[in-house]
Ligand binder design. Structure first.
Ligand code: ADP
Length: 423
């Protein structure tokens, strides 16, 4: 019996392939830019190891059922193999002709890039130069761009920079109190990250308020494995908690966030750490994981905290309490950046789902006139969105982020406005 080809009803609708490439993973989504509808998504992980695998999620057009498939990748288990496997899948599902461009998430755009950018040779050189500022991320993003150029040689490739939304920060927000030459000669300044997410949820809040984004004054808290808080004035980022690297700011899953820089010298001079060990300590062994000595996963910590018989129950509570206090402090600090505030937004895996974390944060923000509605807060999880504060309070919305949609939409807009092609 011959295999039936899934018959997608939406084959005539154009779509953007969104790629988020890490050093050992590739996240992908095929998205219709106007509606945000995802035709296919998935993740290739454990790349560069024999455990490399790829997972696809899509809707079967014949039976109209959600499908999830996982398969192992063949040698050399690299990004190119992952993308070739993706292409085969897209061909099999009759989706490949839909794709009009590839949109890449690129972590660091430095001061060069505040807009979506069509990728050509010079852009790649600049992304490579910026790897000095993002050694873990930009080289991986470039691998994804190179591999996509190989497998989709005729498609335009667009870079959407995670730092771009924060390029509107004023000098007073992006300069460190360091000798100015370090900024002038070595680009050492604050850049901020999670820009596409902060931009997306700010837009959603503007729709909820029925106001143009340009008239909105907001604070958004993206709380996932990485966490950042952003002050948005008249629709533009005016300050954000992450800095030259994603290590600065609030405490995160495994990152410490802000610490006294003197601790670094103490670790090196008194405790014999190498620079490499300090790097690993602050980026991978601190935050929720470091304080709890249990997990960086908010769900595990909440369950442990609530299970009084667990020997680490109190330590899990301590980690979550410090986490929430530091976020509340960061949110409050942005009252120096804004003269008006329409509301607060929670997003990211923790912000969207953890009623406990949101309650703990909001209860420390009564000076800013935030007052929680407990019922609404409990009800707003697992993809639900809405206002979780009382009527007398300033609003606080839970909004599910969708960075992929922003990348698809901005890539599509760039194509339409450039001479490269039309949607
Ligand atoms: P990333 O930054 O890698 O995209 P996510 O935005 O998916 O991460 O967030 C991951 C975090 O969200 C983890 O700490 C996870 O425990 C937390 N999370 C997901 N679901 C829940 C939930 N139901 N309750 C509490 N925390 C949750």
């Amino acid at each position: 019996m011959s295999k039936q080809q899934p018959a997608f009803t939406q084959t005539s609708v154009k779509a953007i392939l969104v790629i988020n490439c890490g050093s050992s993973s590739v996240k992908f989504s095929l998205i219709q830019p106007e509606s945000g509808k995802t035709l296919l998504s998935g993740l290739a992980e454990c790349l560069a190891t024999p455990q490399a695998s790829i997972t696809f999620k899509y809707n079967d057009g014949i039976h109209n059922q959600a499908q999830k498939e996982k398969s192992t990748l063949v040698a050399p288990f690299d990004h190119q193999i992952a993308l070739s496997t993706l292409v085969n899948k897209l061909v099999h599902l009759n989706l490949v002709d839909n794709i009009v461009a590839v949109g890449h998430r690129v972590v660091h755009g430095g001061e060069h890039y505040s807009q979506p950018t069509l990728i050509h040779a010079n852009i790649k050189i600049n992304i490579e130069k910026l790897a000095q500022l993002a050694p873990l991320h930009n080289p991986a993003n470039l691998i994804g761009i190179d591999a996509c150029q190989q497998v989709f040689p005729t498609l335009p490739q667009v870079a959407i920079f995670d730092t771009a939304f924060h390029q509107s920060m004023p000098e007073k927000a992006y300069l460190y109190g360091l000798p100015i030459k370090l900024y002038q000669e070595h680009s050492i300044r604050r850049y901020g990250f999670h820009g596409t997410s902060h931009y997306f949820v700010a837009n959603q809040a503007a729709s909820i308020m029925n106001k143009p984004l340009e008239q909105c004054n907001l604070i958004s808290a993206h709380l996932g494995n990485g966490c950042s808080v952003t002050a948005i004035k008249d629709g533009k980022s005016v300050d954000t908690s992450m800095g030259m690297t994603p290590l600065e700011g609030v405490m995160m899953g495994t990152r410490s966030g802000d610490i006294d820089a003197g601790i670094v010298f103490h670790l090196i001079k008194q405790l014999g750490y190498t620079a490499e060990e300090v790097d690993t300590l602050l980026n991978k062994k601190s935050g929720l994981l470091g304080l709890s000595e249990l997990s960086n996963d908010c769900r595990t910590l909440e369950t442990t905290m609530l299970d009084k018989s667990h020997p680490q129950s109190e330590q899990a509570r301590l980690a979550l309490t410090v986490f929430c206090y530091r976020i509340a402090k960061s949110i409050a600090s942005f009252s120096a950046s804004l003269s008006e505030l329409d509301g607060l937004i929670f997003t990211g895996g923790i912000g969207e789902n953890s009623a406990w974390v949101r309650q703990e944060i909001i209860n420390q923000l009564s000076l800013l006139n935030f007052h929680l509605c407990e019922e609404q807060n409990q009800a707003t999880c697992f993809g639900a969105s809405g206002n979780i504060t009382t009527e007398a309070s300033r609003p606080c919305w839970v909004i599910a982020t969708n960075e992929e949609w922003v990348i698809a939409e901005q890539s599509a807009k760039l194509l339409v406005s450039s001479s490269t092609g039309e949607l």
